[in-house]
Design a protein. Sequence first.
Length: 472
Amino acid sequence: GGVWLKLFYCLRCGDLVAANSILQQFGTAASEDTSHVDQSVSNIVSQLAQLQQTRETIFGDGTHGNARPARPPASSLLHPTQPMLHARRTVSDLYRRTNTRSSHSGGSPAEEPFHHYRTACLAMLGGAESISEAPALASSGLVKTVEDYLYATLWHAICLADGDLVGGMGSAGGGGLRKVSSAVARLGVLVDRWGPSHFERDDARAGVGASDAVAHAARGGTLGGHGEGPSPSGGWAYALPLLASQRYATALAYVAEAGGGLGLLQAAHLGVVMDVAGLSIGDFSLEGGADAGRAESQRRLLPVLVASYSASLQGVDAGAALKYLVLLSDKGKFVKEQVQRLLLETHQFTTLAGTIQPDGSRSLAALDAYFSKKRVSALLVDAAHHAMRAGKPADAAELLVLSGRFGALFELMNRELASYLNAATPEDFEKRQFWFRAASQFHAIHLATGRTYVQTALDDDGNLSLGNTFQL
């Protein structure tokens, strides 16, 4: 019986080459004697071993870490050949006959301790049913952990691929990859239904719902450390089953929410890698009429994750925070809004946007590494307008200087000076003094003898008369 135990754990590890080696050493028999290995088992294992080739497991990367170009295989687990399908059906029939005989005899004989291993091997190779749900294996103890359950369920899902419809998602008979997709979607629904408390050891985390975390993004919220403290696993006890069942959005949101600051770091980086790899960061589902709000929240999840992680860095390194925001360069308006937020919240204008040089040009800074000079100027002007709306005219003035919009700057200073010309309170008097000093300092630096770039800019904009500000 030792051959069945060894064969089972080879299948459990995904190493069909090792499984084939074991069977070659043991030999086969034409009869269905349970102490021997049926020829149909050797046939399917041999074909799967050829499919695995030199990879560590049958699920391994065929490019060897991009060391060689990827080539579409003539056959794969999801595109089985006709001989492989025939061999699988033969083993499936053997599995059913074995179960029938076992039920008629009242169970497996005590002298056959390997019976469960043989049944499990036949179930996995034949694909008749998942060993995690097979009644004949309910008392076997072969599926003990969450990982065992996931592996068994996904192995069975792969066995549902129909080679007659290579690349197809379905037909009138439901073949192709439709059955595989349905099995994965069903697993995802189960994992989502069970929730975090089913997987996390600390039941105190049961109230932190992953779906709630995803919905949080739809409302424009940030993620990371808003739960009841980090989960014992950092969120991964629940996230790994979610990832395995392609519930990507829920997994990333849960790690960011349940794992604290480290969870946010991990979720943001994993999300970026998945996005670069072309994976859709959403929850896989076969339902055509998915909830529109949930779909929108999943679409916004990656930007929210990256922006949240960027915000956690900005107090220490505004340049590093910017590097993460530009990863979202294809998100358009969102990136613009986040860069404006970074400028105004950090007040690191010199680090991000540089300074005005003696010739009137702006020195290169962090923003220039990712945007053109014209785009940087536009970002600075927009940030200045946002600062004015937020009641921060001093910030707006600094940003307008850096953008070279001197006409708008003079209009701002004229307005502020006029507002406090007749100061009635100590606060108003202080603000008048502030703007008077700001105007005087600007004049001393940018309108000194020999420096004409301000007048040139005003003349180009038709606002040369605004220079009268400094005749007050």
